[in-house]
Ligand binder design. Structure first.
Ligand SMILES: [Zn+2]
Ligand SMILES: [Zn+2]
Length: 271
């Protein structure tokens, strides 16, 4: 069983618990690896210096018990220079490239999502989704991220709003084009359990259809809980493992520190 998570939020951004509370929970759960990934995006960004200092302190303090990583979840439209301080980067698209006076993400509230579509995409959700995937396709070029976060976040409200038919070609073609391009760059994708864990969605990110395609394309995956509270550190992992196997995956990626302390990816069997 995989006992590692690299998508973890704390009180430094929009999470509920302190990093140390999360480390203690990870130890109770038998985790071997724990990556922190505070938000750096146009809406939520941390005091990066204070965050890095605290994660480095914990990394040292618990070095004999667990392998801790100081990462960030960097938005596609945020200043990538902040990535220089991080040990790894989750490349996530939350915001679209529109000239809005206030940042409007695709996953904030239904109301904001609807306003974004109304004001910039003429109420056409397929146009919005295409703009999302055109930007998503460039996430590695822009951020040189370690892995791609919640690939189809644009469907965050689709269970309740039903504005996109996720089998419609107007939706699947731009999504698959973005996926194919990112796979050609050999950047892994996370299977993100965050929305399922919080009861917001039935399907994981990416959904089953996209996960199957990812497996057919030879893409690589990591498991992420996208935890905003310590109890959910491994939330959804059982479902994610089962779904990954059903979609054709046999292995997942894990981040580890090598002997020199460099972060590298390694592969583990799903079973
Ligand atoms: Zn995110
Ligand atoms: Zn996140």
């Amino acid at each position: 069983m995989i006992r590692a998570n690299y998508h973890t939020h704390t009180v430094f951004c929009d999470g509920r618990d302190t990093p140390e509370e999360i480390v203690r929970t990870a130890l109770q759960k038998g985790f071997t690896h724990l990556g922190f990934s505070g938000h750096m995006d146009p809406d939520i960004h941390m005091d990066l210096g204070a965050y890095m200092q605290e994660i480095r302190r914990l990394k040292e303090l618990y070095r004999d018990e667990i392998d801790i990583f100081a990462g960030i979840e960097l938005d596609n439209l945020y200043d990538p220079s902040c990535a220089a301080e991080a040990e790894y980067v989750i490349g996530s698209t939350h915001f679209l490239d529109v000239e809005s006076p206030v940042p409007m993400s695709v996953d904030n509230t239904e109301e904001i999502f609807a306003r974004l579509c109304h004001e910039y995409f003429g109420d056409d959700y397929y146009r919005l989704a295409k703009a999302y995937y055109d930007l998503e396709a460039r996430v590695y070029d822009r951020l040189h991220c370690t892995f791609v976060g919640h690939f189809d976040l644009v469907t965050r409200f689709n269970d309740s709003m039903h504005v996109l038919d996720e089998t419609d070609k107007r939706y699947t073609i731009p999504a698959l084009e973005a996926m194919e391009y990112l796979v050609s760059e050999d950047v892994p994708f996370e299977i993100n359990c965050g929305a399922v864990n919080r009861g917001r969605k039935k399907e994981l990110y990416p959904n089953r259809f996209l996960l199957k395609k990812l497996s057919e394309m030879g893409g690589r995956i990591l498991l992420s809980s996208d935890a905003h509270q310590k109890e959910l550190l491994d939330g959804g992992f059982d479902t994610a493992v089962e779904t990954a196997i059903q979609c054709g995956f046999t292995h997942v990626q894990m981040l580890v520190h090598d002997k020199e302390g460099n972060v590298c990816l390694t592969e583990r069997a799903l079973r």
